[in-house]
Design a protein around this ligand. Sequence first.
Ligand code: FAD
Length: 538
Amino acid sequence: MLSGSGSSVMWFRKGLRIHDNPALQLASQGASHLYPLFVVDPHYMEPDPTSFSPGSSRAGLNRIKFLLESLVDLDLSLKNLGSRLLVLKGDPAEVLIRCLKEQWNVRKLCFEYDTEPYYQALDTKVKNFALGAGIEVFSPVSHTLFNPTEIIERNGGKPPLTYQSFTKIAGQPPPPLTITHSSLPPIGILGSCDISEVPTIEDLGYGDAKQDEFSPFKGGESEALKRLAECMKDKAWVATFEKPKGNPSAFLKPATTVLSPYLKFGCLSSRYFYRQIQDVYETMPKHTSPPVSLLGQLLWRDFFYTVAFGTPNFDRMKDNKICKQIPWKDDDKLLEAWRDGRTGFPWIDAIMVQLRQWGWMHHLARHCVACFLTRGDLFVHWERGRDVFERLLIDADWAINNGNWLWLSCSSFFYQYNRIYSPTSFGKKYDPNGDYIRHFLPVLKDMPRQYIYEPWSAPLSIQTKANCIIGKDYPKPVVLHDSASKECKRKMGEAYALSKELDGVVNEDDLKILRRKLDEGKEQETKAKRSRNTSGLA
Ligand code: FAD
């Protein structure tokens, strides 16, 4: 099936790597010529000056830059193998179909399978055209450890909704490919396709963007493998890794691997990462286990991918069967204060500044700000926070981001809404001097240690000495934490009670009807009480 001459197209989207890349292997096998393509999608890459941060309408500049760096690295690796990356621009489906119509004699089209709704729709279009044109399509699963479709099938057609049931069904993932390419088939004639080199950030129209807004993490497979090797070298660290025990305020040397952006773009294969951890475990028989171990983190990733793939409307509250219906607020002012690091709570604001500047924060730091925005203090809709993360994170990932927002807002997976993160004392446990805050919020750098987490409580003389007057140089708190969190818990309790009654009711219209019914019920009861009282009955 795979032999016989003819050209192949290798369509890179994620999976921006040479190692453990089944689609690339299939594309190169038996091909006379190989066309490695990447399509710059204007929808994703074109500057949008109306957005709240530099970047396109979909992605912040840090992530766009990370992607370009990953493409440059991939191009270099392909060049070392006698090939190169052919970059095209436009609507990906249209561009792909145009290329397949070229005189390239294409027999095979290969690309990594993707479970995201955006790619599912795109791939159907391209696949239909290719099959109609007699081109074989290969779309292997290699972004995740497991094939989500298979797991769902093995679970009776539904995604497993707990980590434990997921791991039981999943078993061991397939090993990574061990093949190393010494060369790739050459590129054939290019014809009339408008092909370019990997664009620079300036080519895309971001020339004016300030350099200091860029993340310290550089994209690309080479960087990913270097980072992975560095992490794996410290075997004791790998063997004792235990989440959530790390320090969320460690920023000079983060407490976790920071491999998420590389996994997101597929610069790093999750199966290869998994195998490397297993190799360490073989030499360190005493090691932590899932869900807290490093291996367990990769399983969390696959867990969310599987649930996301098997749950209609996973990315919203409406019509999402696994999402609690909660009457969140749509308060733009509170959302913007949170998004822009102006809540007046230094721990929360520093994390949000790290998000904007670095596009990455520690897992527990993400917990704190997500909890604060939703069920902890502000009661703003998790979808609004999700959107901010989706734009600014360099590791923004549709399945994982939505899954974790559902979790943190107690909308799904986790339901202990009485357990909230204090925006003042949680960070203090790890970083009593507030070094993290001083770094990301330099306006507070001279605030004495005892006030750094609650600067509004510092006497005016101290604020003056620290060159930071609260309410002028740094905002006053947007809410009083004690009363705000109490009110949030009360509303969560109410929504949970309603959802018990609901049982199967999943959309907002049904919820409204039910609320009306409950209100009517209450009214009836009040009326009944009143008439009992006036009639002298107990
Ligand atoms: P490590 O601890 O070194 O873990 C290794 C890998 O395991 C990570 O790179 C990641 O791929 C995976 N992993 C770890 N924790 C989780 C988790 N809770 N869920 C799923 N996979 C996990 N992670 C993303 O990759 N993209 C997102 O868009 C994203 N959004 C999040 C939003 C919220 C509100 C929260 C609370 C968490 C989010 N996470 C997201 C999960 C987690 O915070 C990051 O994966 C992790 O902090 C990345 O750092 P690391 O690579 O050093 O992780």
